[in-house]
Design a protein around this ligand. Structure first.
Ligand code: BEZ
Length: 403
């Protein structure tokens, strides 16, 4: 029968073929629209709580850039959902952190918190995340407790624990038969836990830390400490500094003439993202970290090229950690097709995710901290060149984590 001929529909109703076709088409459209509506999910709200001012500003920017790069490489979506960012400058100030995190969670209703750089800020964020059962991904701060006593199913870290780079350097210095060390750092969790890691491994290998020194964060008046180091004449000096403070410390150490007589080593933050500003003062410094600029693996090469193309600058370790924070979120959200209500499945997928990281593949401990190779790096020109693996597959103790 021709569509323009009258046809019988149902019981006794008659209409033209054209009308019937139009109605069928309209019904089809309605059905498609209905399905789309049922499937359309609201944008995923991501709260980026990071430092954009102060001594750690560059670190916050690197993390943000690379986090967004990973999302862009995933067609701008996470688990099929588009993204809405809520960005807060936390100023690396732990005192402001509870308020900042609570605003993101309670006022902005973010689905995910990402942050921060400073251990004290991240610890406050972890408390808010635990209280509200909000998913938290830490893309830098190394506070041991975060994946220790404060661990939770909803808290993940894609960076390191503060002790990891310290343990690796302690081991390397003991292997190099250094007998005495002096340590210097900022007096807060990142510095003290980094030094603790160094001391534990150095002394286990036969060395002795003869003096531990610290100054308040983010002070950079290093002169009195340099004078004391010169008087103590240790075999090696181990420090934790990062960002703007690391730039100043390395320059001050060289300017004091200490670089020629007492080797300076540190957790890799001392020379990461800082070499342009440190110039000659940094040449030859040895550090330990879970990343190195020249790591020759396909993912690192692609990541470095893409980051350079997008931001016209070289990426650093903070960028790698931010990139992996987004990769981890994508892995979890893809597994639940964007449905954050499927929390148990989401967490499981994140816990078991096989991330192709620029640092090389890594797994997570039960408490959600990376188990990873810690590289020995040497500054050559503008590069933290990997000269060996200081510790292979370094894990992290549970430190009271009950999961
Ligand atoms: C921290 O506070 O945990 C931290 C800050 C900068 C670099 C590394 C660790």
């Amino acid at each position: 029968m021709d569509q323009d001929q009258t046809r019988r529909v149902g019981h006794g109703w008659r209409m033209t073929g054209t009308l019937a076709a139009a109605l069928l088409a309209a019904a089809g459209l309605l059905q498609v629209a209905g399905q789309a509506q049922a499937q359309a999910q609201p944008k995923l709200k991501i709260g980026l709580m990071l430092p954009y001012t102060g001594t750690y500003a560059a670190l916050g920017n690197s993390i943000t850039n690379a986090f967004k790069l990973a999302i862009e490489e995933n067609a701008g979506k996470v688990g099929g959902r588009e993204i809405e960012y809520f960005v807060v400058d936390d100023e690396s100030d732990p005192a402001k952190a509870p308020d900042n995190a609570n605003k993101l969670v309670k006022r902005d209703n973010v689905d995910v918190l990402v942050g921060s750089v400073h251990s004290g800020v991240a610890l406050a964020m972890a408390k808010v995340a635990r209280d509200n059962n909000t998913l938290l991904i830490d893309p830098n701060a190394g506070a041991n407790e975060l994946t220790g006593a404060l661990c939770a199913p909803n808290i993940f870290r894609t960076s390191f624990s503060n002790s990891q780079p310290g343990i690796a350097m302690g081991q390397v210095m003991a292997e190099q038969k250094k007998k005495t060390a002096v340590t210097l750092t900022w007096n807060y969790a990142a510095g003290t836990e980094s030094v603790d890691g160094f001391k534990e491994a150095f002394e286990a290998g036969g060395g002795k830390v003869i003096k531990e020194m610290a100054l308040p964060f983010p002070q950079v008046e290093f002169q009195p400490y340099l004078t004391e180091i010169a008087a103590l004449k240790p075999d090696v000096v181990y420090v934790f500094f990062a960002g703007g403070g690391a730039v100043k410390f390395v320059k001050d150490y060289a300017a004091a003439g200490l670089g020629k007589t007492i080797p300076l080593v540190g957790a890799g933050f001392l020379t990461d993202g800082t070499l342009e500003a440190q110039g000659d003062a940094a040449q030859g410094l040895l550090t330990t970290l879970h990343y190195g600029d020249g790591l020759n693996n396909p993912k690192n090469n692609a990541f470095r090229a893409a980051y350079m193309k997008a931001y016209k600058t070289e990426p650093d370790v903070y960028a790698v950690q931010g990139y992996d924070a987004a990769q981890l979120l994508i892995a979890g959200m893809n597994a639940v097709k964007g449905d954050t209500a499927k929390r148990a499945e989401l967490v499981k997928a994140m816990e078991t995710a096989k991330l192709d990281s620029p640092r090389g593949p890594f797994a997570l401990t039960r408490s959600h901290n990376p188990i990873q190779d810690i590289y020995l790096r040497k500054v050559e020109g503008k590069e933290n060149k990997v000269i060996g693996v200081a510790v292979k597959n370094l894990t992290d103790p549970p430190r009271g984590c009950k999961l």
